[in-house]
Design a protein around this ligand. Structure first.
Ligand SMILES: [Zn+2]
Length: 349
């Protein structure tokens, strides 16, 4: 048996004993070093089930809640299932949270991130808020020796930013606005600067997050400051809507220049009413980005982290033990937004 943080229902995550998993064919058992609490995890805690498999078994994994949460992980390979060839016991790894079928049109065209039946680690299969997790071999990325394991746990959320910047077809010298300064927004901000943006504007209500954004090289404004926002209208080439796009996409469209692109990065819980004439006049675009293609985005981000161009350490505000995950993790993320950006959990502590 081992200790794990298990989602049973809304406001009902329990640290309890579960059986230690053993790897099936083409699966790898990983001893978790660090696992971050994601915004999605907090949504599932306070408003779930949203993406968690609660109403029946997930078609790809066959798994349903109660489910061990946690999908932003790094660790070491502990055991190999049959047929695993790409990693060895002892290798340091991170994982893409997206589990894909390998046979649908999206998977066959090289984009498992938009797999038609895709599953997510820690939401539709048991995750990494536990000492061990068993993961499909296809989700793993072998870490460069120089990359710190805590920083490697940030590859999953921050690579969403790399993918968003690629989807937006950012050109050198273009201006970006990021709406929402959580880990993913900060990932877009840093990837944008690293990949050629001349100016990044962070729009974020929490003062401490604006301070972090400025330290990372952005200009930051409070969305309550309507005068400052109005001055940015029609000034931006790429807007990334990283928080509640249903509520922020309208602002995003306002900010776009002619030929600007609005990228939907965050999850919406409701629909939005948008001024589509802004798209017609000015040939502006709205596009979506889903997670990451880790074959491409993990190595790019790992390299930027190791060169110090992307600062993973600046994202980490707290490190906690698994036993404290509800009180010092989920509750802290909900109530103390001024203090917390990324909370990393050490499942062995
Ligand atoms: Zn597929």
């Amino acid at each position: 048996m081992m200790k794990a943080a298990v989602w049973h229902g809304r406001y009902d995550i329990r640290v309890e004993q579960v059986p230690e998993p053993s790897p099936g064919p083409r699966e790898v058992k990983v001893e978790v070093a660090w696992c971050g609490i994601s915004g999605t995890d907090v949504h599932e805690y306070e408003s779930g089930p949203i993406m968690i498999a609660a109403h029946g078994p997930h078609p790809l994994t066959g798994k349903r809640a109660p489910i061990v949460m946690g999908h932003e992980l790094s660790g070491r390979v502990a055991e190999l299932g049959s047929g695993v060839e790409s990693v060895s016991v002892g290798d340091r790894v991170a994982a893409n949270s997206i589990i894909s079928c390998g046979t649908c049109r999206a998977c066959l065209s090289g984009f498992p991130n938009v797999c038609e039946v895709g599953a997510l680690i820690g939401l539709s299969s048991d995750g990494a808020f536990a000492r061990f997790v068993c993961l499909p071999e296809q989700t793993l990325y072998r870490l460069p020796d120089a990359l710190d394991l805590a920083h490697a746990a940030l590859l999953e959320p921050m690579s969403t930013g790399v993918r968003a910047i690629r989807r937006a077809r950012l050109q050198a010298g273009e201006r970006i606005a990021v709406i929402g300064g959580g880990t993913i927004g900060m990932g877009v901000l840093q990837a944008g600067l690293a990949l050629g943006a001349s100016d990044v504007l962070l729009i974020e209500p929490v003062a401490q997050r604006r301070v972090i954004g400025e330290r990372l090289g952005a200009r930051a404004i409070d969305p309550q400051d309507t005068e400052a926002l109005a001055a940015e209208a029609s000034q931006v080439d790429v807007v990334a809507s990283c928080v509640s796009p249903s509520q922020t996409a309208a602002l995003g469209i306002e900010l776009l220049r002619v030929h600007g692109r609005l990228v939907i990065v965050g999850l919406s819980l409701e629909s939005a009413l948008l001024d589509l004439n802004r798209l017609l006049v000015g040939e502006r675009e709205i596009l979506g980005t889903a997670g990451r293609v880790h074959r491409d985005d993990f190595p790019t981000l790992a390299s930027l982290m190791m060169r110090g161009v992307v600062d993973a350490e600046a994202m980490i505000t707290t490190r906690i033990a698994l036993d404290d995950i509800v009180h010092k993790g989920f509750e802290a993320m909900r109530r103390e937004k001024e203090t917390h950006l990324k909370i990393l959990v050490d499942p062995s502590a």
